[in-house]
Design a protein around this ligand. Structure first.
Ligand SMILES: Cc1cc2nc3c(=O)[nH]c(=O)nc-3n(C[C@H](O)[C@H](O)[C@H](O)COP(=O)(O)OP(=O)(O)OC[C@H]3O[C@@H](n4cnc5c(N)ncnc54)[C@H](O)[C@@H]3O)c2cc1C
Length: 502
């Protein structure tokens, strides 16, 4: 056992976005704060560091966006910035979660989202307009689509770096290579964490603890247990450190599980990607351009409506559809007409791409796919496209198919212009939806009798009840910021009250 470490007011387990927001909010409330990060420095930052960095928050117009970064007048006036009003944000969140999202949590998320972004900026996080994705110049005017016109400069790595710099400026102590293993709990309140620091046991005493140490996405045994058979075979898009430890230690002292424990965010992902995310090439395995494709499985059959919505409302559930296919893979097939619309990573070196000049040649080259099944699918698909409806990738254009199952509802194009390109994908899991139940206004964890557990708070992926079945893109980081801030502030207040009462 290492020498005892002086007690802290607040200890935060984790060092991703939610943890950093909690730690900064607690520090700003006057608490002495420490963070325990399971990963060594070079792998620290959790899934937040792997994130693309797009943010979904409520805004009425470009005037709200100007609170996050300087947008010159000519740029502000010459673009259609859309809006994501609180009503639109609610509608999206409720629709994609099949109306299961917790009303109180989702209200807090939506109504405090812009304020949380402004707060992030005040902590040193830099924002810029999201010109890279889901924006295009149409008839001389830039147009954003998908209700996420801003991203964090530098993406997830930029976010984690900016917040880490803020933590250092404010004197928050970070213990790396320190995995929290259990809560110190006297049957009345949480008094700290037992951890393993560089492999050795060490106790951290605290007046309040915030658990923000991610879901169980990196744990194949838990995935098979809670998500179902086959999920142990998914690739992990992000960190290898989120093993469900925080959930386990909270459940062990009687915390109440909440939310969609068999649910998860999982996408189409490079078939031969490494087992976990790679920080040196964070986006190279993304395959988000499938709404422009025809997706087929090993039998050569289509299995989803690729174009039912913009990708940011379907990508998080379609990974699970790929996992259900024979041998857990699919191909996204494009022709030359839409090649220029593919995201840049499709041109990356580490991509499984097959190119052919005829459909017959492509059918022979698609490894593991029934060639006749594939050709039949393409013939039926090509004949079903409503080519009388104009194609426009920047709106839901209604250019659909008729008479085939599943239909394609938008952006349908006959595959007829060589060269043809096919990209092999499998399922990549992002994070899990099952979490803990909290008192929404404070983030304090509730026990199985729905009584608050003194001294215990949570945020981020560990918060249950927000996401069910599916997820609107850009909401994970916003959730971590909103609820991390709430949990950190409440934990600092609890620590203060405890100090005063002793
Ligand atoms: C490839 C990818 C792209 C994404 N893109 C976006 C995007 O553009 N926009 C968006 O909103 N969301 C995105 N997400 C989702 C988003 O990253 C997550 O929802 C969010 O980062 C979760 O934050 P968190 O702080 O809860 O968890 P994490 O950031 O994963 O942090 C968890 C932390 O806990 C640590 N930890 C784990 N176990 C322990 C333990 N026992 N003790 C101590 N520490 C522990 C981990 O090392 C890590 O530091 C993306 C995710 C991935 C993987």
């Amino acid at each position: 056992m290492e020498a005892a470490i002086e007690p802290f007011d607040v200890i935060v387990a984790g060092k991703g976005n939610a943890a950093l927001c909690a730690a900064l909010a607690a520090r700003d409330s006057g608490a002495r704060v420490a963070m325990l990060e399971a990963a060594p420095v070079d792998e620290s930052g959790g899934n937040s560091r792997f994130a693309g960095g797009v943010m979904r928050f409520a805004y009425d117009s470009v005037e709200d966006l100007k609170r996050l970064c300087d947008i010159p007048e000519n740029e502000a006036g010459n673009a259609d910035w859309e809006s994501n009003t609180t009503e639109q944000f609610y509608d999206d969140l409720y629709r994609v979660t099949s109306y299961r999202t917790d009303p109180e949590l989702s209200e807090i998320l939506v109504t405090r989202s812009l304020d949380a972004m402004v707060w992030l900026r005040s902590q040193g996080v830099r924002f810029s307009p999201n010109y890279r994705h889901q924006s295009a110049v149409v008839d001389g005017k830039r147009r954003f689509f998908g209700r996420m016109p801003m991203w964090i400069t530098g993406g997830g790595p930029g976010l984690v770096q900016d917040l880490t710099d803020a933590a250092a400026r404010k004197g928050i102590e970070i213990f790396y290579d320190t995995r929290a293993v259990s809560l110190i709990y006297d049957e009345e309140r949480v008094l700290g964490l037992k951890a393993r620091r560089q492999g050795k046991p060490v106790d951290f005493q605290a007046r309040a603890v915030v658990l923000a140490c991610g879901g169980f996405e990196a744990n194949p045994e838990w995935r098979a247990r809670y998500l179902g058979p086959g999920w142990e075979l998914a690739k992990v898009r992000g960190t290898r450190f989120n093993m469900g430890d925080g959930l386990k230690m909270a459940l062990d002292i009687g915390a109440c599980p909440y939310g969609n424990w068999s649910g998860r965010h999982a996408v189409s992902w490079e078939r031969y990607a490494p087992e976990f995310g790679d920080l040196s090439l964070p986006e190279s395995s993304y395959r988000h351009s499938y709404p422009m494709s025809l997706m087929v499985n090993a039998e050569g059959r289509r299995f989803v409506d690729e174009g039912v919505e913009f990708y940011n409302y379907t990508y998080a559930k379609y990974g699970g559809e790929v996992l259900k296919q024979p041998a857990q893979f699919a191909y996204q097939v494009f022709d030359a007409k839409v090649k220029h619309l593919l995201r840049p990573e499709y041109g990356d070196k580490r991509v499984t791409r097959i190119v052919a000049n005829t459909l017959e040649e492509l059918a022979e080259k698609l490894e593991g796919v029934d060639p006749e099944g594939f050709l039949n699918t393409v013939r039926a698909f090509n004949a079903a496209v409503r080519t009388d409806i104009p194609f426009n990738h920047s709106i839901k254009d209604g250019r659909c198919t008729v008479g085939i199952e599943p239909p394609k509802s938008n952006w349908a194009n006959p595959l007829d212009t060589p060269p043809f390109e096919a990209y092999a994908v499998t399922c990549g899991i992002t994070f899990t939806f099952g979490g803990l139940r909290v008192e929404p206004q404070s983030g304090q964890v509730l026990d199985v009798n729905l009584r608050p557990i003194p001294g215990l708070y949570t945020a981020g992926e560990m918060l249950g009840g927000l996401f069910y079945f599916n997820y609107p893109a850009g909401t994970g980081l916003v959730s971590g910021a909103v609820f991390g801030r709430i949990a950190g502030t409440a934990a600092a207040e609890a620590a203060k009250t405890l100090t005063q009462s002793r």
